[in-house]
Ligand binder design. Sequence first.
Ligand code: ADP
Ligand code: MG
Length: 363
Amino acid sequence: MKRLFAAFFAILLIPACLFGCAPSYFVKSDAVFAGIVLDVKLYGGNPEKAYEEMVSLATEINGAISLGEPDSAINAFNESDSGKKIPVIRRVYDLVRLAKTAYAETDGAFNPCLPDVSKAWGVDNDGIATGNPPAVFPTEEELNALRAVANPDLVKTDADNGNYYISKNADGVKLDLGGIAKGYLADEFKAIAERYNVVSGCISLSGNVILIGRYKEGDSERDWGVGITDPREKHAYVCGFYTQGGVSVVTSGDYERYYFSDGIRFCHVVDPFTFTPTGVERTDSGFAQKTDYVISATVRGASSSKCDALSTAVMVLGAEKGAELLERQGYDGIIFTADKKMKVVGKFDFATSQTGYTEYERI
Ligand code: ADP
Ligand code: MG
């Protein structure tokens, strides 16, 4: 598993922690596979059945797309020659199409064809798991050799009479759906919950949150409270806000999956333009930490897969360009940078109980 579903607890829900939970909610928190935790609070309908179906779907998708599973369809694609059609389940076909769309909509900032770049830097799952830098850092020449194939336009999808295939137009093209898979699953979980008549709920897949209906408290209802983990202070929220249901909230950040080398933080999101981990730049003498890079990007909107792709893209683009992208796409966002700036897109009803963000200068 692991690789695609990077364990990442960026968002924690305030209702669970600050207000307690109404006893009538079906509450469950379990690892659905190593490192990925599915937290649900579901009210109404048949939440047990809904939960069961969510776990089985997560297992199925993970088996199909994980880079850590040698037999996964995505690994078969990654190892395949140009032109060879790899049969996939419809959901993988859908997911690949979503990833290609995200690439187009973010002007290339979201790029699902970087697994070899991540590996070269040791920020893929196996590398990060060691907690250390790779034995040698990749040279610019080595990375440049990967540029031609880091192109999702070279990935083809075909549907034919209920059969689904993916193939590549050039040898060496590879996929890594880790930046969007949890969002895709969260959207599917929402559909499952609604099919089982859940009327109020919060589903969190290691940081990808889906909110359904309104939060129930005794006989009354109110908006959901969502807390964003402080990117520099473990077990604290940098801010909290209230929000209606029917939306997803997704955070991407540099503080769960990273290693340090000479005091420089290398995180698991790769800049597809510079081919370095976001927040790192090459200098004449080695590497330097960028001063103003994004350390936490939260995106709120209707589709969780889109929030997931956009939050990763904002990490790449930086606060200003990232905010412009969110505005163009009609998604809200809260962005924090390493030099203590905060950029907000859209209207947020901030909770006065969480004040960490006041240390950041609003830009
Ligand atoms: P997480 O999965 O930790 O919640 P993200 O949604 O930001 O975080 O996804 C990061 C993952 O996406 C990486 O672990 C890697 O698999 C993949 N990835 C890295 N850089 C990019 C990028 N620029 N575009 C798309 N996917 C990326
Ligand atoms: Mg993402």
